[in-house]
Structures are given as C-alpha cells and as structure tokens.
Design a protein around this ligand. Structure first.
Ligand SMILES: *Cc1c(COP(=O)(O)O)cnc(C)c1O
Length: 370
C-alpha cells in the first residue's frame, strides 16, 4: 500500500497561494496596454538588482540569453575560451557557444560539487578570456579563489546565478563578485516566472548600455540600430508576476534553508554526501542534492515509497554531444558525481509531513544495508 505521494516539485501550490494578486497584476497590465519593456520591466530591473545589491538589472528572455548576451556585450567570441564547470545544466555551455566562443570544462570539487579552483588553473591558456563559475544547486562557488585567479590571469569573471537567487558568500551576494551576474527566472527556479525570463545584473554602466541595445535588435535609439542584436526582451506580464514573487523570495529561501537543515540533521549518520554549507556560505537550496554510491537503488526504493526524486545531472557537459567535437580534458570528479547525485524534494511549499515521509523512506533504505 502506498499511503502517500511526495511530488518532486509542485508549482501549483505556489500559484494557489498567489492567485488573487496575480490576477490583479494581469488585469492592470491588460488595462495599461504596454506589453513588452514597459514600467513593470523597469521596476523589476530596479527591485531585483537592489535585492542583489548591485548597480542595475537588464531584463532578458532567459538565463541562457543572460549569459550569451553578456559574453557578446563583453566582446567575447571567435577563438576565445570560457572556462566553466563540467557539472551544470547544459545551457551554461550552450550560451557560450551561442556567443561564438568555446567552452572549456574544468572539474569540480567532490565535496561542494562546485568548480574546483585548481582544475580551473590547469585549464588556462593564452586564449582564455572568461571564467564562468556556476553557483550550482544554490550554493555559492568559491568566489574568493575565482576572483583571485581572474585577477592573476587578467580574466573576466562572469557568474551563472541561474540557481542561486539570494545566495551569498561572506556576506557578498552572488552576481556581484564578477563583471556581471546572469539569472534565470524559469518557472522552477527560486524566483520563477510563468514562462521564460532572465536578467543580467551589473554595476558597469557601459556593459549595461550594451546589453540594453543587444536585447532589442541592437538598437541605438528608437530609429537607429548600431549592431546586430537579438530579440530578447522581457515582457510586462512576466515582470509584474516576478515583482509579486520577489517580495516573497526571502521568506521562501528561509523556508528552503529550514527544510535543508532538517534533512542535514536527519541524514548526518548515513553513508551519503550532504550539502553542508561551509563557513560564510549562504546556500539557497535551489536543489537539495545528496551523493550516494547506490544512487540508482536508492532512487528506485524511494519511487516505490511514493517519493519522487530527480538527477541533476546524469551526463557531465564535456560528454554532451555538441561538446565532444573537440577533445576535452578528463573531469573524473564530475563523471563520478554524475553517477552519485540525487536530488530530493525541497521547495518552500513542501509540507513538514511530506518531508518526514522522505526522511523515513531514505533512512529505511539504509536500515536494511550492511
Ligand atoms: C536554468 C539554468 C540556466 C538557463 O536558464 P534558462 O532561463 O532556462 O535559459 C543556465 N544555467 C543554469 C545553471 C541553470 O540552472
């Protein structure tokens, strides 16, 4: 008998919580008659960049565009190499290729699952121009070391913050360490729209200006274009929805951390790797990812108990087809992690009862093991 089902993620719970406000926002937009790049987008750009503690925000269509357009605006392309993590979502590397540059994959630290600074240094060549750390699963990458490496080798530091809205390291928010921070508002992220959306934050006014032009055909002003840009404009409806949700982001992240703390306590004696934050790390738990040698067996056991899980990611980026055209140096830790990572249900609307069910089911798996 399956008493209970725990969905990996159920976005309709959040939508139900917000429905009245969303409908009011929707009706305001319809009455105002501005649908793309209007006052809601401008307000969201101000409010989100201020939430992140940075200069200005530039709303775009997606997190992928946020990265690709930032690279283009920085003049990166051609033979330029961009070093990023072998363990991330495919768009991190796709965006580099969209900008015309070449992604170079460095290995990860097996404990944090974030970019390993030593592997990064090994990958630096005369063509390296950008360092693109990913704050994977909501955990800040080692930005102190990244900043140091970037300064030493004269590289641009760009941050993939798609999973880390509100995370910080030593009190400094992610997205403000480098030249720019790239965010996604894909529905499942910590701050998610009801469609695609993204934003770049930067305190470099020239870069911001370049991005505003690039996202809008390459416009100089209303009548003239000055370069070949794209259409990556954020719309008013998504911006209005995101503004409503931004007001709750801090509370939602707090709830995520509370759930994470309970998982960490409940699993502390089990033979699994846990995302325990180090000193100074403000993790926002976009995903709660454990590592386990018997990952697939554990996953099946949980599925039988009605607990849905996911794997982020089963194939490291240097093994993804478009990136195998060139020979990539090995990334043994990323390969190993891809066999061991398991994401457990964790989102603000997960109930205590559901979490208890997950905890019991996980503990049960190990009770019957030697
Ligand atoms: C989601 C995500 C992206 C891409 O964002 P989209 O809005 O889906 O284009 C990039 N990098 C990481 C790490 C992500 O999780």
């Amino acid at each position: 008998m399956r008493a209970f089902r725990v969905p990996f993620l159920d976005l309709t719970r959040q939508e139900r919580e917000l429905r009245e406000e969303l409908l009011r926002g929707l009706s305001q937009i319809l009455e105002r008659g501005r649908y793309v790049l209007g006052p809601e987008v401008e307000a969201l750009e101000r409010e989100f960049s201020s939430f992140c503690g940075s200069g200005e925000g530039i709303g775009v269509n997606s997190g992928t565009d946020a990265i690709a357009l930032s690279l283009r605006a920085l003049g990166i392309g051609g033979e330029d190499e961009v070093i990023t993590s072998a363990l991330s979502a495919p768009p991190t590397a796709i965006a580099v290729r969209l900008a015309g540059a070449r992604p170079v994959f460095a290995d990860i630290d097996p404990l944090t699952l974030n970019l390993d600074p030593e592997s990064v240094e090994e990958r630096i060549t005369s063509r390296t121009r950008v360092l693109l750390p990913v704050h994977l699963y909501g955990r800040p990458a080692d930005m102190v070391r990244m900043e140091h490496i970037a300064r030493e080798h004269d590289l641009i530091l760009l941050e993939d913050c798609a999973q880390a809205h509100g995370a910080s390291l030593h009190g400094k928010p992610v997205g403000t360490w480098g030249k720019a921070g790239c965010f996604s508002f894909y529905p499942t992220k910590n701050l998610g729209a009801y469609g695609d959306a993204g934003m770049v934050i930067t305190s470099d006014p020239a870069l911001a200006r370049e991005l505003r032009s690039l996202r809008d055909y390459g416009r100089a002003d209303r009548d003239r274009v000055e370069r070949i840009g794209v259409n990556s404009r954020l719309d008013e409806l998504q911006a209005a929805f995101l503004r409503l949700k931004l007001r709750r982001l801090e509370a939602w992240n707090t709830r995520r951390r509370e759930l994470a703390r309970r998982y960490l306590e409940a699993f502390s004696d089990l033979p699994v790797g846990l995302p325990t934050p180090s000193r100074g790390e403000e993790h926002v738990y976009h995903l709660f990812v454990i590592t386990c040698r018997e990952r697939d067996a554990l996953r099946e056991h949980l599925a039988r108990r009605g607990v849905e899980t996911a794997v982020h990611y089963s194939l490291p980026l240097h093994r993804q087809t478009p990136f195998t055209e060139v020979e990539n140096p090995p990334c043994p830790q990323a390969e190993h992690a891809a066999q061991c990572v398991l994401s457990l249900p964790l989102y603000p609307q997960l109930t205590d009862r559901e979490q208890e069910e997950v905890i019991a089911a996980v503990r049960d798996f190990f009770r019957h093991r030697p």
